[in-house]
Design a binder for this molecule. Sequence first.
Ligand SMILES: *Cc1c(COP(=O)(O)O)cnc(C)c1O
Length: 386
Amino acid sequence: MEISEILNEWGEERELYFNAIAPPIMQTSNFAFKKVEDLRNAFEDEMSAYLYSRGINPTVDILRKKLAALDGAEDCLVFNSGAAAVFAGVLANVKSGDHVICVRNPYSWSKRLFAVILPRFGVTTTFIDGTEMKNFEEALQPNTTFIFLESPNSWTYEIQDLQAVAALAKSRGITTFIDNTYCTPLYQRPIEMGIDLCMQTATKYIGGHSDTLGGLITGSKEMIKKIFDSEFLTIGSGIQPFNAWLLIRGLRTFQARIERITKTTGQVLQFLKSHPRVEHVLFPLDESFPQYELAKRQMKGACGLLTFSLKNGTMESITTFCESLRHITMAVSWGGHESLVIPRCAGIKPGHFKAGKPEHQHIRLYIGLEDADYLMKDLEQALSNV
Ligand SMILES: *Cc1c(COP(=O)(O)O)cnc(C)c1O
């Protein structure tokens, strides 16, 4: 299906609601029944009926259909945050005694799930450098049942060979799960490469306006139903109808925003690369990126996030740079309309900063919807201060 159809029409049944172009927000907790038998059927298969909004809700359903289609997947569940999507998707697929392989630098709260929470329930995890296939093979154990990927990640953009990992996992009956927030389905479609479950933080590019959190998982009907029937209903962290409506609204401009952000990011990338005060820029589709060839092969694009370091950066110069920006805002998250900066050293206690450690020098920039010149002028004046 074409992206334009998915974003503008797919999943919507306007004749059911006065032919309104924007769908209604079904802000209801529960749904009425006339027949006991219908109620019984709904209890038996809650995914098939409008019974209670912790399960299925009509506004959320429109969003589920669009997001499944974007990923080329059979079905989708939407959660009230990306972290909730990871939690439910992983929990539904591991049990005590299982072993997980996880890439070494996933999103911080995904890392906590594997490093701190799951060990309490007898699930062990090996964290590996996922840039090399042999590390997956070496980490395999007889009880390995789950592989968690994030490609690229959102600071250093390390990439896994998705087709190769999927093939290895399939040959051993291992479930694969990817956090695809960086690329979005516009730039990477992991389900088509053989990955079982594809997760995205809708808070970022899908919402696009920094006004709601959300998360999603897509996959086969069977795998999605397995998550729904158990963890989704039990954890109760499905998205609320109003927030689902905001995400549908975000989708209308999704492609247009990604195109613009991609173009501006390319301009800012060149600006930073040629700036005398910039030491190094990390961006997966830049020729200098260590995994450039693989990135080009499996990603159709890369957009708003890049990481750079200052020449001879110190805690002081990095701080001066970030605090000198007048328009680019210092804040966590990304994917919204507004450009953002965040220095790695904000997470490092002053005495622990090591200038010799490249990652301590990292400054992450998110490029939003502003004009490229406006952003480059701001970067230029802040760089001239260090
Ligand atoms: C933000 C983010 C998450 C978590 O999403 P929330 O909606 O904040 O819970 C997970 N993975 C990645 C890559 C993210 O950037």
